[in-house]
Ligand binder design. Structure first.
Ligand SMILES: [Zn+2]
Length: 262
């Protein structure tokens, strides 16, 4: 049976209302691991092999940056990197280290246009973000430049916001911050050059200023690499009168110097 004839038959059955879609689909397409496509017994996430390659971030973590720490000195501990260079936001949290299955999931989410993956991943972000997801907080996705959005069709950060809000009920400001300048990739730039590269990259639209005034915000992205993007966004939002500002990402890069306490 070819795909088209199968599709036609499905439509025929659906049109007759003989079987609800939810009951019909699993019979035709067995659930599969979204990373390696191994067939799963139940449609509940990753296969055992891919699951084992997820690196959860757990205590001890830096109270501010959320980076895992190399020693446990209690829940309020702040890393040396943050003491030297405090970020312009209150706290950042991430569910996974950006490696193994988490890196593969981020790539799949970004490039294969599968928003349902965001629904699978949102519960992990909600759990990792329990210190930052206040009930009255507004979720703000890190925006793509319009030109990139056209090429990619959807913004993965916005999809993660949508999926989290389904669980938590938080409001979302999809256009809370807009990118007004296309920036070159941050990879390979020094900290100073990254800052320069992002200068004037973001703006708060006039229509959003009243709404965001004094509000608690959670900036949401798929991955935090250098942190320069959310830092630039935080500065723009603070200048517009918003805050306190928190950051929540699915994954983050962890550099050894971020794990040190002394
Ligand atoms: Zn798998």
């Amino acid at each position: 049976m070819t795909f088209m004839t199968l599709k036609t038959k499905i439509n025929f059955v659906l049109n007759l209302g003989l079987l609800p879609l939810q009951k019909l689909l699993p019979l035709l397409v067995p659930p599969a691991c979204p990373l390696c496509f191994a067939v799963l017994a139940e449609d509940d996430g990753l296969c055992a092999t891919c699951w084992k390659q997820l690196d959860f971030i757990s205590a001890p973590i830096c109270h501010i940056s959320g980076a895992p720490l190399d020693v446990d000195l209690g829940p309020e501990t702040v890393s040396l990197a943050v003491t030297k260079n405090p970020p312009p936001y209150e706290k950042a949290r991430a569910a996974f280290r950006y490696q193994g299955s988490a890196a593969a999931l981020v790539k799949r989410l970004k490039f294969s246009d599968r928003p349902e993956l965001a629904r699978l991943l949102a519960p992990f972000m909600v759990r990792a973000g329990k210190d930052v997801l206040r009930a009255n907080a507004i979720l703000v996705p890190v925006p793509l430049h319009r030109r990139r959005l056209l090429g990619r069709r959807f913004n993965q950060a916005a999809e993660l916001c949508r999926a989290m809000a389904r669980e938590t009920g938080n409001e979302i400001a999809f256009e809370g911050v807009v990118r007004i300048k296309a920036t070159r990739p941050q990879i390979g730039l020094t900290r100073r050059n990254r800052k320069h590269n992002l200068k004037g990259a973001f703006a708060v639209p006039k229509s959003m200023k009243d709404y965001l005034q004094g509000r608690t915000l959670v900036l949401v992205d798929d991955v935090l690499t250098t942190g320069a993007t959310v830092e630039a966004m935080s500065e723009t939002l603070r200048q517009a009168g918003a805050g306190p500002i928190y950051v929540l990402t699915l994954a983050r890069v962890v550099r050894p110097e971020q794990m040190r306490v002394a």
